[in-house]
Each structure stands twice: as C-alpha cells, then as structure tokens.
Write a protein that binds this ligand. Structure first.
Ligand code: MN
Ligand code: MN
Length: 321
C-alpha cells in the first residue's frame, strides 16, 4: 500500500487520533518501508515499572513532532513510506515467554513484508524478541545507548529481564559483540559482572567519562570503526540520558547524556547500514511533566531520519543494479 502523508490531512497537531510521529495507522505492512511499532510490555522490569504505558504516551507527545529536520533539512516522510503499525497484541500479558513469542511473531510479519521496524517500548527486554526476528538470518551489530550494559547473566536467577537481553542475544547468535558499541554506561553496580560480561565478549564499552573526554565526533569515529558497514541495529534506552532530561524511567542514573548530545550522536549514525531500532524504558507514571515522553518521541524522530536515509539509499542502489 502507498502510505499517504497525513500532514495535509490533519494540519492541527493537537487534533485527531494520536499516532507514532503522526504517521498513518495501518494494519498491513506491505508497501511500508519503515514500520513504527508499539511494544507495551514491562513485565521484565526489576525496579520501577511503567514502560508498558510508553507507546501510548509517546503517541500523545508525537503531536509535537514535525517533518523537516532543523539540521539536515531532510524530510524522512518524503524519502520513505513510514507508518504506525499499532501495538503488539499480547495473548497472555502475564506470561513472559508467551509475550516474547507474540513479539517475535509480530516482527516476523513486518520483516517478511520487507519493512524495517522501529519500536517503542516497553522495557528493554523487548529488544531480544525483536532481534529474534530482525537478526534471524545473520547476527547484527548494534549501537546501544544506555546507562547499563544489559548483559547480565540473570537477575535474581531470572534469565529474561530488562538487564539481560543482550547477553541472551549474543548466546543466541543474534548479536555480534565485535560489532557492538555501548555508549553512556555509568552508575554503581553491586558487582562488576554486567560490565565485565560485555568487555569479555568483545563489546566496545564506552563509559560516560570516556565519552565526555572524547566528545561527539571522536565517539562517532569509534562507532564507525566498531560497527563498520555490516547490518546494524540502534537501541536507545532513555536512561542513557541524564534524569534531568528524562526522569520518567525505571532505573535513572545521574551524570548522563544531554538531549543535544544524544541527538548529535544519533544523527552521526547516518551512513551506517541500519536495519532497525528501538526507543525503550520511557515510563509515563514516573514522568509527571510528560517531558520524558516528549524526549522519547523526539529521539524516535531522530532515529527515523537516519533509518529513512539508510532505506532510501538501499532502494536506490537496488534500482541501479
Ligand atoms: Mn537498557
Ligand atoms: Mn538502562
């Protein structure tokens, strides 16, 4: 299907039914280049919950997003068909494994239709069942923004939590640790296990202090050196940001990225071979001003811009073959 722009149809941003980035809501992924998908699941959260409400509130705050980027002057919606595919529906929201199965099944259909998925969580555990679909045919690299590595072996004996998705993804051959970089890592842990696990696996772990001394451009050079031109996933945990900018999240850690740093870092990923991404851990119940969801919607827009660029380049290269 051709996804029509809804900007002309609904010029009043505060009116109408809220959708992700104000894109048309569709059921069928055929003809969609980039599928925006809500994953309202937070059953694998260890501390403060709430990101199950993330997709709905990011749809609401998407009312503030517009189309033409102020730095690049690009309009992602002119480059690609981008639609809101709605939320993953859970057959039993109390059963974690069933929820993961439902997520993977949903994304298999998206991938089979040739659409690139960009997800809104949900807690960070959702990245694992998403990668089971996105990386089914080969392991992918990843640019991961987070205060935490999320590579613990378990939390309280449980193997599937929002602190473990990338440990499982490596074990399942979905994630290539040698092509993965984690940026913004910080905050005391009760042991070094989660940091050590990433480093032992060969992930490039960039703690916040190193990022601060390197700066944005040198960090982006490092990102490009690590992930190269292989297929690369972008995972953006909102707690990578300082809680001054994004307080509404389950595991806040002070001393984080500013919003303008994160925007510049995401923008700097243009040119990579991007095959999907997510924005996770926005928790509206802990976000009394709504600012965290606004930040989440805006980061979603930044990611959609670089994804649209990547998808358009891929389409053009196929045309020229
Ligand atoms: Mn995380
Ligand atoms: Mn985190």
């Amino acid at each position: 299907m051709k996804v029509e722009s809804n900007w002309e149809a609904a010029p009043l941003r505060y009116a109408g039914v809220a959708t992700l980035l104000r894109r048309p809501l569709v059921n069928d992924p055929s003809g969609v280049d980039i599928a925006l998908i809500g994953v309202p699941y937070d059953g694998a959260t260890e501390n403060r919950p709430g990101p199950r409400h993330g997709p709905r509130e990011i749809r609401n705050m998407s009312s503030f997003t517009r189309s033409v980027h102020h730095v690049t002057r690009m309009n992602p919606y002119k480059l690609c068909n981008i639609a809101d595919l709605g939320d993953v529906n859970f057959s039993n929201p109390f059963e974690l494994q069933q929820c993961f199965t439902d997520i993977t099944a949903f994304y298999r259909k998206i991938c089979a239709a040739g659409a690139v998925p960009l997800s809104v969580g949900g807690d960070h555990s959702i990245s694992l069942p998403v990668l089971r679909a996105v990386a089914a045919e080969r392991p992918v690299g990843m640019v991961h923004f987070d205060a935490h590595t999320d590579t613990s072996d378990h939390e309280f004996g449980h193997k599937f939590t929002h602190g473990t998705p990338f440990r499982r993804a490596m074990e399942e051959g979905l994630l290539d640790p040698k092509r993965t970089i984690q940026i913004g890592i910080r905050g005391a842990q009760n042991s070094e296990e989660s940091w050590q696990a990433s480093e032992d696996a060969g992930i490039r772990v960039m703690f916040m202090e190193e990022f601060t001394s390197l700066g944005i451009e040198a960090t982006l050079d490092e990102v490009r050196a690590v992930v190269g031109q292989g297929p690369t996933y972008v995972s953006f945990d909102i707690d990578s940001l300082d809680p001054a900018f994004a307080p509404g999240t389950g595991t806040p850690e002070i001393g984080g990225l500013t919003t303008i740093q994160a925007q510049a870092l995401i923008r700097g990923l243009a040119g990579l071979n991007l095959i999907g991404g997510d924005v996770v851990e926005v928790s509206p119940p802990f976000d009394p001003t709504g600012n965290t969801a606004l930040v989440g919607a805006t980061m979603l827009y930044e990611i959609v811009c670089i994804l649209a660029d990547a998808v358009a380049r891929e389409k053009n290269s196929q045309k020229n073959v």
